[in-house]
Design a protein around this ligand. Sequence first.
Ligand code: G4F
Length: 324
Amino acid sequence: MKALITGISGQDGSYLAELLLKEGYEVHGIVMRSELEDQEHSLRRLSGILDKIHLHPASIEAFPSMFEIVQKVKPDECYHLAASSFVSYSFDDEFAIFNSNVTGTHYVLSILKQTAPECKFYFAASSELFGRADSYPQNENTPFHPRSAYGITKATGFYLTCNYRDNYGLFACNGILYNHESVRRGYEFVTKKIIRGAVQVKKGELQELLLGNLDAQRDWGYAPDYVRAMWLMLQQDKPDDYVVATGKLHSVRELCDIAFSSMGLNYLDYVKVDPKFFRPAETVPLVGDSSKAQNALKWRIEKTFQEMIEEMVEFELANYETKI
Ligand code: G4F
């Protein structure tokens, strides 16, 4: 079996590549050309498996090169994870995100339809689709009310995926994933920012950590658990859409408390609120109901929020100098 992963160098892409290798797949990934030239940093999450995977340089916004790669690889499964994924940036540049997240997704679907119509397709949708949700917890039937350009692009990708499934018969699935974190999370996201900040404070290198809305709440899960759900979706008899979430809410404040107190510190002494990090619009506290994934995919959560944060803290302390 051959799998093609767009966005293979990211948190989810790297865990998924490891899972697929374990399952005996030949793994191909799309990376930016600049990433190949700066492997030590850009491909650091793939360092343990670089000699086992096949990387192809291309931009998902470039139809001809994507076409050539898909035609050459002829994947059995395609996991489309490449996207601009930091919600805050989408408030700063609403236009750029449409090229990567909408046009890129449309290109991949169209290319599969033309060159590998039997290939199964996974789209990385997001809880940001729900935005200002009016019911709680959200499931696959909850109406979408995105509140950011990012959310709108993910809603469009969701509908594009349904369109290729319904109208062209592609085996195409949407994973509506809630926040998921790990030691491989990027530093711009709040979990990693807080944990890194707490370690810097502990080492005496930071006096105060500036954050946005401390009362914002998220349903935070563990990334390796979530990539398993992606794979399971493509192992079913029929394509479908699934919510993947823990069903539990935690606040940014609670995260600060756990991270700082694990190092014997009180977050109130170091965390300061800076309006610069507030967003023009926050989603309502989104919490997912993943009963469908649990029943149909037999998907289970293997790491709790507390265990995940502890693992991230331990990792950050051990790898502080290298800034992974
Ligand atoms: O960690 P965040 O930046 O993640 P966000 O915006 O929820 O998005 C992540 O999860 C989505 C759902 O799966 C994905 F679609 C998306 O691609 C990404 O993976 O922010 C989490 C919360 C927000 O409410 C934010 O307002 O933390 C709050 N926050 C408070 N202070 C902050 C900060 N977020 C960041 N990044 N930095 C702060 O200083």
